[in-house]
Structure formats: C-alpha cells, structure tokens
Write a protein that binds this ligand. Structure first.
Ligand SMILES: *[C@@H]1O[C@H](CO)[C@@H](O)[C@H](O)[C@H]1NC(C)=O
Length: 260
C-alpha cells in the first residue's frame, strides 16, 4: 500500500517535472526576426533550454496543413549541430516553426514570413519580456531603413524612421506592420509579450520539483531497503513469524518495484 502511494507520488512528480521541462524548451531564431526578404540569407533555428541547445528535439514547420521536419529528405533546411540552417530562403519558407520531440512534446510556435516584395518590418521573433524596450524598423531590400508608417494593433503612426516601444506591456501584444508613401507594405507579424524574468515563479517551482523528486527517490529507496532487510530478518526465523498471504502479496509488489 505504502509503496503504491509512493510510486504514484513519484509518477505525478516526474510528470509535473517533465511538463515544466517541456515548457522551458523554446525555438530560437537567429537573427531574431519574423520577416525576411527572399534570397540568399542565413537564418538559424535551434531548440534551446536556458540558452543552451538541446539534444533530441527536431525543428518542424507547418504551412497549408503540411508538416515538415528540418533536414529530412522531403523537409527543409539543413540540420547540423542541433541547428536548422537556411542558406537561402523563399516565400515557400513562410510557415509556423516549432521544436518537437519524438514523443510529441512541443515548444511554442514562431511564425516566419518571407516576402518577395520590397519592404519588411524588423520585429523580434522571440517573445519580448514585459518591461523591456523594442525598436521596430521598416527596411528595404537593399538594407536601408526607410521612413514609414507603423501600424500598431489597428492604429497608425508616422511617417518616421523607427518606432520604439519602451517598458513594453502585455497590452502591446498584437499585429504590427509598416508601409511607405509609395504604396509599399510589409507583411504583418504578431508581437508576443511574456511575463517578467524568471526571478521567482518558474525557476523556484522547477527547483522545488527537482527537490521533491529527489527526496521521494531517497525515501522510497530507504523504504524498499528497510522492507527487504526486515523480510530477510524474518526469513531467518520462519518458525517465529510465518509469512501470511498479505505479506506474500506485499513481497510481489516489492519485486515489481525492483523490476521497474
Ligand atoms: C501564427 O500563424 C497562425 C496561422 O496564420 C496563427 O493562427 C497564429 O496565431 C500565429 N501565431 C503567432 C504567435 O503569431
């Protein structure tokens, strides 16, 4: 009974921990942009946890209901040292990208838009933390920043060379694009805003769960050892304390635990 309860607890904690681990893995985009001009351009996508690339995750994308893997024969890009590399991008690379394990755990999705036209909005691909500053630029194919109108969640400002948002808040999340007097218009992208840095909440919760799993592991190992020891002691004096049916069941449980 006790061992069942303990293995249940461990199970719950391992699940909780893996859930926290999954939410920690994210797709990293370098350069950190959502919009690109078609043509020769190096874009790197990798799966990261705390800034470190992680093994066992595949970069995937979906467009028009079709899901593809990075580096696969019928896929896209080149997968090298845990990084999905584009050396040339085209409009058909406009898609939603994410990281996924073979067991189906997945990161948040990032939408990338590649245009053949003449204007892009430089807007971060990764979610922006509340309280930070972001500068949006309207760029031409030749790399020049141009005077433009910035469309922000339905309203428009400009013309100006750039649009800065200081002390960004959740309310700044939304659709952004830019346009110019000569009729040029960039694609639209969604700016995502995330809560403040992990000073307390998430990191402490993760640490706590690690500790709980570790403690439960120690306790259950200790319990199993003590059960084994007491059983051995009893085996030495079978005439004094014969094992009843219940005890036999219990022993079977313990054996299963070991195999597990
Ligand atoms: C990405 O694109 C899909 C389909 O266009 C849309 O439903 C989704 O909200 C977008 N997500 C982000 C984060 O922009």
């Amino acid at each position: 009974m006790k061992t069942a309860a303990i293995s249940l607890l461990i199970g719950v904690c391992v699940l909780l921990q893996s859930a926290l681990t999954v939410s920690a893995v994210s797709l990293s985009v370098s350069p950190n942009l959502q919009q690109f001009f078609s043509g020769p351009s190096s874009v790197y996508l990798s799966c990261v946890d705390d800034g470190q690339t992680v093994d066992g995750w595949t970069v995937k994308r979906t467009r028009g209901g079709l899901t593809e893997d990075c580096g696969a024969a019928a896929g896209f890009g080149e997968f090298k040292s845990y990084t999905c590399i584009f050396s040339d991008i085209s409009e058909s690379d406009s898609a939603g990208y994410w990281c996924e394990t073979s067991s189906g755990q997945r990161s948040d999705q990032i939408n990338i838009t590649v245009t053949e036209k003449h204007l892009i909005l430089e807007i971060p691909a990764l979610p922006v933390r509340t309280g930070s500053d972001v500068t949006l630029c309207c760029k031409q194919r030749n790399g020049d920043t141009v005077q433009g109108y910035f469309s922000i969640k339905g309203s428009s400002v400009g013309p100006k060379r750039e649009h800065s948002i200081t002390n960004i808040q959740q309310s700044d999340e939304g659709l952004y694009w830019c346009s110019t007097d000569d009729g040029g218009k960039s694609p639209q992208s969604f700016l995502r805003v995330r809560g403040p840095p992990l000073l307390f909440s998430e990191s402490v919760l993760r640490l706590f769960c690690h500790l709980v799993v570790f403690c439960l592991y120690c306790i259950s190992t200790g319990l199993l050892l003590s059960i084994c020891c007491s059983r051995k002691t009893r085996d030495k004096q079978p005439q004094l304390q014969p094992l009843d049916e219940e005890c036999d069941d219990f022993t079977a449980n313990v054996t299963t635990e070991h195999a597990f």
